[in-house]
Design a protein around this ligand. Structure first.
Ligand SMILES: O=C1C[C@@](O)(C(=O)O)C[C@@H](O)[C@@H]1O
Length: 251
């Protein structure tokens, strides 16, 4: 079955994360999430307690992928440094695991933090290009919102590093910070040709998850079973809002 693709300039896709700590919990969440028909599934593998077992991780990703129908799978190991769970793997080992996922074509997208060593990112790009897996170059700040220029530069960095999608998630301290994120997204949309994923987190940032598509985000995260970041709203509620926006603004 042809999988949906993250593309610029269309109504944002809705992605729901899986954050189970065991295989059983991951598949329990997957069943719950699939009944809500998300466009994309993200497996936040940093929550998985057996993350150091590459064979087990690849096998689970393949199983999730096979159950997802036309929803592509994003494989993500978020570092503790950027708001993820504490895990036993080093940055180098994380990239090796990402490459193993690519080689097995066990996900359509792999998330790679932009702060990683460029040589390692390039090695991952090679593995990804062989299997057709796409790489999301990501940056997260769970404490504050950088300046508009810094956010645009982060998004541009993903394109400069020849990655397929650029993602920035930041925490607002004020409502002005939410405007900064949206304004940076709009500017990046006019400058970059790769798809963008941006969001402002927490209670103030919640609105960016609903109307970010108008400013240029191609994907927005929502809760299917359990949230993976502050400010995510239930998928049913988000879908209603996105539909209202689409009805008024068109594509
Ligand atoms: O990068 C992101 C965005 C996110 O942090 C959010 O705020 O929705 C949720 C994460 O699971 C995902 O990897």
């Amino acid at each position: 079955m042809a999988k949906k693709q993250i593309e610029p300039g269309t109504k944002p896709l809705i992605c729901t994360p899986l954050v189970g700590t065991t295989k059983e919990l991951i598949f329990e969440q997957l069943q719950q999430v699939l009944s809500k028909r998300p466009d994309v599934i993200e497996w936040r593998a940093d929550f998985f307690q057996d993350i150091a077992n590459t064979d087990a991780v690849v096998a689970i990703a393949k199983q999730i992928q096979a159950l997802c129908g036309d929803a592509p799978l994003i494989f993500t190991i978020r570092s503790q440094f950027e708001g993820g769970q504490p895990i036993a793997l080093s940055d180098a080992e994380v990239i090796e695991l990402d490459a193993a996922i690519c080689k097995a074509a066990a996900a359509e997208y792999v998330d790679c933090e932009l702060r990683n060593d460029l040589q390692r990112i390039n090695k991952l790009r090679q593995a990804a290009s062989q299997s057709g897996t796409k790489i999301i170059g990501s940056f997260h700040n769970f404490h504050q919102t950088p300046s508009r220029a810094d956010i645009v530069n982060k998004l541009a960095e993903a394109a400069e590093k020849q990655l397929d999608v650029a993602k920035v998630a930041v925490m607002p301290q004020t409502l002005e910070d939410v405007l900064t994120l949206l304004s940076a997204t709009l500017e990046a949309k006019s400058r970059l040709s790769i798809p963008l994923i941006t969001m402002s987190m927490g209670k103030y940032g919640m609105v960016s998850r609903m109307i970010g598509g108008v400013f240029g985000t191609s994907l927005t995260f929502a809760v299917g079973a359990q949230a993976s970041a502050p400010g995510q709203v239930p998928i049913e509620e988000l879908r209603t809002v996105l539909q209202t926006v689409e009805n008024t603004m068109g594509n």
